[in-house]
Design a protein around this ligand. Structure first.
Ligand SMILES: NC(=O)c1ccc[n+]([C@@H]2O[C@H](COP(=O)([O-])OP(=O)(O)OC[C@H]3O[C@@H](n4cnc5c(N)ncnc54)[C@H](OP(=O)(O)O)[C@@H]3O)[C@@H](O)[C@H]2O)c1
Length: 339
């Protein structure tokens, strides 16, 4: 049995727990023998039980009327990472752009230092600290996996790791931010920016404060994560050129549509003059471009490789289950206990 420590029990953590409580519906998960020994949150306390927490009751335990769960503890996240006995840290805390990926980077580093595997859906550690964390994981013989950090659970990193042996990725491009894509589709339909943002919020993809999405920060963090892993890095989010969607007037979107063209936020990374470059920018595309066909919350990633040529991965209508699946696929990829 793999003993997991969950940090964060929000949208992704809860969906993961829901899937695990209904495991019999998913024959592909039969090989996953997982016991969750602790769950910590930011402001809602923690649960811990070395014999394994009952996940159905854990899903109710953070409601105000159910705070009397028998596994309740005052354990803080970093103390859990440093002190508890577990095989894999599952990092599901929020992306902290201003704090440049912390405290998630510290959580990941401390777990690896103890010889524990790490699975994360938080892109901060991959964007700001990939190289040192990957090196530490290699030194300690641990897995450091992060499939859900970009394109939810679509196998982006697994594709590169297992499906492109002997090839070299030279360039990547994609539509990687749901909020800006939903907003652009809505503007094209004639909605105002506020109405377009309300639609993105109603779909659950935009935060109350969507500025990180609109200003291209979320996309820049994804470009850095992809650049670090697929193009050999290093690329920091701050080094990715960003164009804000706020600088694209709604009239420009509608005027392009009237000419049979479509504006999309394009994310790119490529090697130039010995260094890695990244860019998030609005681009006008013909309607038959595969990027122009990516609607709503969908996403696309095109890899340009030395031998296979151009290969694209398209994701349609992802939801929380898609993200939780990425975490599950990482958990199923873990080697045996490293210690
Ligand atoms: N939602 C998606 O579709 C999606 C897709 C791909 C990747 N991701 C990434 O997955 C991660 C989780 O996303 P989410 O949507 O589940 O976020 P969320 O709903 O905001 O939940 C975050 C959880 O982390 C907890 N938390 C905050 N600080 C913590 C700390 N220091 N230690 C332990 N727990 C802490 C929060 O607890 P409190 O509520 O008590 O503060 C909450 O339980 C993020 O990094 C996000 O970027 C999400």
């Amino acid at each position: 049995v793999v003993r997991a420590l969950f940090l964060g029990f929000g949208h992704v953590g809860r969906r993961l727990a829901e899937i695990l409580t209904r495991r019999e519906r998913y024959p592909g998960l039969a090989a996953l023998d997982l016991s969750v020994v602790a769950i910590t949150t930011g402001r809602h306390g923690a649960l811990a039980n070395p014999s394994g927490i009952d996940l159905a009751s854990a899903l109710r335990a953070f409601d105000p009327e159910h705070l009397d769960h028998p596994d309740r503890t005052a354990l803080a996240s970093l103390d859990a990472v440093r002190g508890l006995d577990y095989d894999v840290l599952v990092e599901m805390t929020p992306l902290a752009i201003r704090a440049r990926g912390e405290p998630a980077i510290t959580h990941v580093r401390e777990a690896l230092l103890r010889g524990r595997h790490v699975v994360t859906c938080n892109k901060g550690p991959v964007a700001w600290a990939y190289e040192p964390l990957a090196r530490l994981a290699r030194e300690r013989g641990c897995a450091f996996l992060f499939e859900s950090t970009v394109m939810d659970g679509a196998p982006v990193f697994n594709l590169a790791r297992h499906g492109l042996r002997g090839d070299t990725i030279e360039r990547l491009a994609g539509i990687l931010n749901s909020t800006t894509n939903v907003v652009l589709c809505a503007l094209e339909e004639g909605l105002t920016l506020d109405e377009a943002l309300a639609r993105a919020r109603a779909l659950g993809v935009a935060e109350a404060d969507p500025s990180d999405d609109l200003e291209g920060w979320d996309a820049a963090v994804k470009v850095a994560a992809l650049g670090n892993v697929l193009l050999g890095g290093p690329l920091l989010p701050e080094e990715v050129e960003r164009e804000s969607l706020a600088s694209v007037p709604p009239e420009r979107v509608r005027e392009a549509a009237a000419r049979g063209r479509r504006i999309k936020m394009d994310c790119e990374a490529w090697r130039e003059g010995g260094r890695l470059r990244g860019r998030v920018a609005a681009r006008e595309l013909p309607l038959d471009d595969p990027f122009a066909l990516v609607a709503g919350t969908g996403s696309i990633l095109r890899l340009t490789t030395a031998l296979l040529g151009k290969l694209s991965l398209v994701e349609e209508n992802p939801d929380l289950t898609t993200t939780a699946y990425g975490v599950l696929s990482d958990l199923l990829s873990l080697p045996g206990p490293p210690r």
